[in-house]
Design a binder for this molecule. Structure first.
Ligand code: HEM
Length: 126
């Protein structure tokens, strides 16, 4: 039997490129989230999130070859992430997921993961 990864099922790199690009367009205009990003250019942050999600969903492991073990909670510790930041992050992500128009089952799998992951990054009360 052939094993199709989630990465392949949703359309591979192109789909993750569209998802994360659309997400960062939302972040770029967000007065709460934009100041959290240390770099003026959001391009490198976009690359890191895209490569992480590709790796998580069964695509190439380029993220870890470049960045090592994800340790995402630790890597987010420098940023104040409360409920407000989590909700803003998820709002832009929801818009980006909607634009993919995935089959319902794949949309639900992706969204369940993103909401769980965003909750796990909360490190403050805002
Ligand atoms: C990095 C904010 C949730 C994955 C970052 C950075 C910020 C940030 C400010 C640094 C930008 C950079 O890479 O230079 C937030 C906020 C969140 C959130 C406000 C709200 C809950 C998440 C979630 C994931 C994620 C849910 C994964 C599903 C990443 C990754 C990086 C990153 C992979 C780059 C880590 C590295 O290799 O250095 N995030 N994040 N973030 N975030 Fe988030």
């Amino acid at each position: 039997t052939q094993q199709v990864t989630f990465y392949e099922a949703v359309g591979g790199e192109e789909t993750f490129r569209r998802l994360v690009h659309r997400f960062y367009q939302g972040v770029a205009d967000d007065p709460l989230l934009r100041p959290l990003y240390p770099e003026e250019d959001l391009g490198p942050a976009e690359d890191r999130l895209r490569l992480f999600l590709i790796q998580y969903w069964g695509g190439p492991n380029t993220y870890s070859s470049q960045r090592g073990h994800p340790r995402l909670r630790m890597r987010h510790a420098p940023f104040v992430i409360g409920e407000a930041e989590r909700d803003a992050w998820l709002r832009h992500m929801r818009d980006a997921v909607d634009e993919l128009e995935l089959p319902e089952e794949l949309d639900t799998m992706l969204w369940n993961y993103l909401t769980m992951a965003a909750q796990s990054m909360v490190n403050a009360h805002t």
